[in-house]
Design a protein around this ligand. Sequence first.
Ligand code: B3K
Ligand code: ZN
Length: 889
Amino acid sequence: MTRVENAAGPQVKRLSDYAPPIFLIDTVALDFDLRDGETKVSSTLVGRRNPASKDPSDVLELDGQELRVLSIVLNGDVVSEADYRIDGDKLYLSGVPDSFSLEITTAIEPEKNTALEGLYMSEGMYCTQCEAEGFRRITYFPDRPDVMAVYTTRLEADAARFPVLLSNGNLVEAGSLDGGRHFAVWNDPFPKPSYLFAAVAGDLACVSDSFRTMSGRDVELRIYVEHGNERLTGHTMDSLKRSMKWDEERFGLEYDLDLFMIVAVSHFNMGAMENKGLNIFNSKFVLADPETATDADYERLEGIVAHEYFHNWTGNRVTCRDWFQLSLKEGLTVFRDQEFTSDTHSRGVKRVADARLLRTVQFPEDAGPTAHPVRPESYLEINNFYTVTIYEKGAEVIRMIHELLGSDAFRKGMDLYFERHDGEAVRCEDFVAAMEDASGVDLGQFRLWYSQSGTPELEVDLEHDVATRTARLKVRQILPPTPGQPNKKPMLIPLSMALLGGDGRALPLELRGDNSAAAPAARVLSVSAEEQEFVFENVAERSVPSLLRGFSAPVRLRTSRNAAEDCFLFRHDDDPFARWDAGQSYLTRAIIAAAQSGGGGEAVLDDDFLDAVGEILNDPAIEPAFAAELLTLPGETVLADAMLPADPDAIHAARDAARREIGLRHTALFRTIYDRLSGAYAPDDMSTEAMGRRALKAVALGYLVASGESAARTLAAEQAAGATTMTESMAALQALNNVECPEREAAMAAFHDRWTGTPLVLDKWFTLSATSALPGTLEIVKELLEHPKFDLGTPNRVRAVIGAFATGNPVHFHAADGSGYSFLADQIVRLDALNPQIAARLVAPLTRWKRYDEARQRMMRECLARIRRHPGLSPDVTELVAKGLGEEG
Ligand code: B3K
Ligand code: ZN
């Protein structure tokens, strides 16, 4: 066999080029002969011509990467090398009849697979990752999601080293073989795309439980982990069962197989993967107990377990026609996991967390050179499109549909979507059409959310006319240009609002032109034109507008509200998001003003705001988790997004000053709260309420330390030393992390020594070290790369050190001498040779150069250019670096 490199290099794929597959595959029989050094994979494909394709060609196109072909047999006849052609990652087989059976045997080397795509090894076990295009590293196949087949998988391996052999579906046969080997055969009755295929072989412990579905079927639940970790799976199992129940109750969706498995692996490129019946998880999101995982870890784990489980319907039963439709499954499934979390814990707190994530990561993405629509039109490497835009903005788009239709109609739309498309591979458009047909609501203009990139800006101004007792809300939408989209059409933006009168209560809203007699306290206005005016009548008094309530649309809000009005809403708004947002808006304005004035010793925050903080701390009606959110300052990344050019040092200093002012003003109160909350729950109480109290206690400790008093450092040091849970321990270390003091050094050293044998906890130590704002951190980060426990081949560790430095340490990453940029560039190049996906994930911070001063811009671009020049760069990194440099394509 000859391997011909595709001379043109990786090709841009375009949505407009979509054509249905010429041939379909109905069944796949896979046989893995797992052996050290080389694994043989035989696959038998039974296929036929696709009636939906108009292309008369008899050429079957298969994808394959890093495979050695051993034999190809078509309908019983050996295909000679002359009868097929390999061009780059494609194999073309001509003369294929209208129905066929094709047997392909290939050899692969999982031990050498450091990209962690396809079949690879992690800690002595074989596992797979096939989304998006990993299956082609296992065998030649039409590796595209619109080819759905029924899979039967036989795995054969050494029985002693790999006693557990798993694949999708149900176990149909197992037995021992000569030479100490054994085998298992699995069958998955549900047709699926190749990206949902999974196989695992290893020596694993199994924890099992069961779930009775709403129709009374018993489903066996199994979690496979390394021996010794069984006791750390409780929260995962519990989260899984609650997810299964929630999906039945909220969406009427029941699990379909008799077995559901989760396998934890330590080398994994992302969080988890929803393979049919056999989810594979990064062990970080499976293993937890209060001693080693924080409350935040518990919450993320629960959300990810739910997310992967929900994919069984939104992603697996109904899948994507092509990868441009990725948000069809991801946006919808994120929306579903957000709703699960909101129903399980606090809706207001979850909404704030989601809005913060969007502002911290998605808005900057949408404003930079890698901006893309929720349904992109082209890509070079699909792995680069697993972005916050596809996931989180995609979820916001679904949420807006939910708000526009109302819950009942939305549910009808979901039902119709499954009724029409169960077992199919479809487009975002099919989802929107189902929603439209089930509700009668016209989503014509709304569809622009799928095709236009960039974050819309809403400029909102309220004018009162006391004489006529009217209030005019003037709204203007601005749609900034993004790559490839210089001009845009006005979008449909749901703007939820209220008008708060002097006592903080909402005034009745009599909207001119609305003929219903209703005068509700809050309304959702449909903003659909570039400029629009909404007039409210019989407005009894001057009011302050509460806007974008519930974060009703993923937009940037610009209001004419002043600091006093923001403070007023911060005190009184009854909508959790709007209340939090008013505080953030006040703080952003104040901190940026201080950063711009060069920190001339002026106070950053005024008394009005500081008093409001005291009132919030004293208000027993506010749930502690929400109080913690209200009192958390905007992060440095969000602040940088509000300053042009962004000055990372000045932002850090001004933000620190604001923290100190709050800490000093309320020292006694924070101390009282700290003491009161310390005894208010058992350390291992994982209820929503207990977690909220711990969150508020951590905020109190943070402000106490920020006040600069040495007693507070002692308190933090004592908390670190005496902590019996990871939440307490991390709260103390985080409070001390930017303070140069012996307490920090001692606490960090003790933490390191205690957890050096526990990788998931040691990652936290790596991250704390890499994100400290203290002088000399870059040198420390460089030393961390030499730490005996550092390993470039372990994605969690790379993220904990290099990723954390690049995204969580603005002061040192943006060091004025360019050392942070240059460090990152070196690491990207080094990693790219090993694991392109992980390398590519690190490129984003360098592409945001437009936000900084000229000197930084130049250095960031130089780093991008230097990476670009590196020979043999992966398509993953090439694409992002090229976009970062402004080269279209
Ligand atoms: N679908 C996977 C992500 C796959 C990423 C491939 N690079 C996890 C998820 O979103 O549920
Ligand atoms: Zn997902």
